[in-house]
Ligand binder design. Sequence first.
Ligand code: SF4
Ligand code: SF4
Length: 393
Amino acid sequence: MKRRTFFRSGLAGAAGITMLGTPALAGNGNSAEGDIVYRTLGKTGLKLPVVSFGVMRSDNNSLVKAAYEAGMKMFDTAHGYMNGRNEEMLGGFFSQVPRDSFVIATKVKPAGVDRAGLPTKETTAAGFIEQFDLSLTRLKMDYVDILYMHAADTVEMVRHKEIVNAMLDLKKKGRVRFIGISTHKNEPLVINTMAEDGIWDVVLASYNYRQTYLPELNSAIDKAASAGMGIVGMKTLAGGWLDRERTRPVNVQAALRWVISNPNVHTTIPGITAFDQLETDLKIMKDVMLTDQDKAELIAESDCPGLYCNACSNCVPGCPNNLPIPELMRAYMYAYGYRNAAMASELLSEISVKADPCAGCESCTSTCVRGFDLRGKIADISRLVNVPYDLLA
Ligand code: SF4
Ligand code: SF4
């Protein structure tokens, strides 16, 4: 199937048949207060605007304040974002407003998970809880609303007894209201496993119009929603840009409305780092209808490889050096799409990549379903390995 045809079918399958052309407020679990469109986050019962705040790269609490005052309710951070400054910034602002007027989600990544996403003997509950305690201190809170196990992409992690029991215990003790998992690789497998296990309240999963396995992902999301799980969409803007030079932005309105057009996605967390982005997201929060023009623009964009790697791992078997290509491509997106070299550097360090890891390989035998120039991108991004982190952070 040609890429264009593939994306066309993805767009039709996911957005909608059921949703396209349907008034956004008619059914589909939506409700409205003022102009804002709300959905209920599964069995948590939390009623949230369809657009929430992805705080990951933001260190500006006046932006958070403006979003809060404009009606955004959920703010999503993680223990690892900005070396903790992200949680500290949120703690600074939210300690001044009533605790029940906002929802905080944070994530803790279990230590020692190997390149294949499998736990090792360093993957312990004690380490997980230690990090969570620090997150609460930074946030100046007694509890968080949602705690995710960060970036789990295997069944072994979803069912890691020690970590899962630690999360259930935190919930029992009231230090966490709801538990979940965040995943941006093997999402259908992770979500299906979570739905089967019945203990999870929420999943935070990558979801955007450029993903190449939308039928499987949509089916897993449907199953999880039927099981009562809350579904939060991330990576909704697919990297934000279509080119390394940032001359071609992804159409934010169309991309975000496309995600929201799935009624089983209860809210989304686009990253917000500037007031103009906030303004756009606030408009979409009130006007969610995916128009024919939006659809046409997404289809037109879909011919371009873009910066977003959907971590399908199709390229991995073709690489004799067994490079972690999806993570390298994600680091590339962080550097050029998000313009966040520090995040890219952190990821490269996590996956222990050397400078120019393709050296010694005569020609590239790995191919990407999107048509990425894998060797060129890897050579480009791995230069960061030689740049001291303190020059980037
Ligand atoms: S050139 Fe291609 S096949 Fe060779 S190491 Fe790099 S990604 Fe792998
Ligand atoms: S680089 Fe291409 S083939 Fe490899 S995981 Fe990403 S999208 Fe899939």
